[in-house]
Design a protein around this ligand. Sequence first.
Ligand code: TYM
Length: 331
Amino acid sequence: NNLIFSGIQPTGNLHLGNYLGAIRNWVKLQNDFECIFCVVDMHAITIPQDPAVLHASIREVAAGMIASGVDPQKNILFNQSRVPAHAELAWVLNCIARIGWLNRMTQFKDKAGKNRDNATVGLYVYPNLMAADILTYKATHVPVGDDQKQHLELARDIAQAFNSQFGVDFFPLPEPQIFATAARVMSLRDGTKKMSKSDASDQSRINLTDGPDEIAQKLKRAKTDPLPLPESAEDMKERPEVANLIGIYAALSDREIGDVVTEFAGKGFAEFKGRLADLAVSVLGPIGTEMQRLTKDPGYVDQVLREGGEKANAIAAPVVDQVHDIVGFLR
Ligand code: TYM
């Protein structure tokens, strides 16, 4: 039985990378699979957050998912902290995962920076909580962007280690689902860095809340090079910014990269960027407007998250009970 789980952090703005790398794929999967989508507020506090800002971000990210087409009637949509199973299972998994496994996590190294002693313990064990998110629903598939691949491999290792330590066939090993086009959307200012909520420059990303003028302006100013557009996909290898913009165009128009390259081969960037801006505004404009409407009167979003939390809890709590039995706790 297939079950899909994925999550997104309520830190900073939702951006085009989150949309193309994750949310848009969730919208496609929801028609064919049972899906659970989570606003991972417990992950957010692994880095200090202003409580009022976090509170607003949880609603905004949920609104962004709904505005992008994630249907709360078809899926379970909730915020993580409502369901105690995540923290409870994370503790057990903390006692399964090895320090050496966590030491290999590149995202921790990136986020902790040079002063690693000052990073929170939560940031360090973040991947164990992520494994708990997935395993507490016994999810089989996890649609994510490319940057989450290592965390998912760890989740599989933890599931396998649990099963083997206790001699059970309890957790399925979750499969990452990484969709080829736009699995890694890059910064508009630097084609070697991924588009990220934490980049200091707002010009580096397109936020789902940006208006049409802002979207067009950011794309028109996006870094490129003085050459015309490439004649072939081969031609883009040493041109990361160009490859990124073409990838974004292909993803937004649901076309193959090769197809887009052929259409614009040898043309100038002014024309291409104009077309890309029109395309981006036509896809993202309505999402931004709907997000605004949903966050202005948050009653609906709050209700979705509350009801989603109840449904999620009904699935997750019995799994944690079984885990506690397997481990040997007296209940
Ligand atoms: P987060 O909040 O950083 O990102 C949410 C989703 O967006 C994808 N993404 C991108 N995809 C393409 N290009 C980009 N530039 C880009 N930036 C972000 C991410 O890959 C992700 O799919 N640890 C996770 C959240 C999480 C989770 C989970 C995910 C917590 N528990 C359980 C899956 C299952 C994270 O920080 O995602």
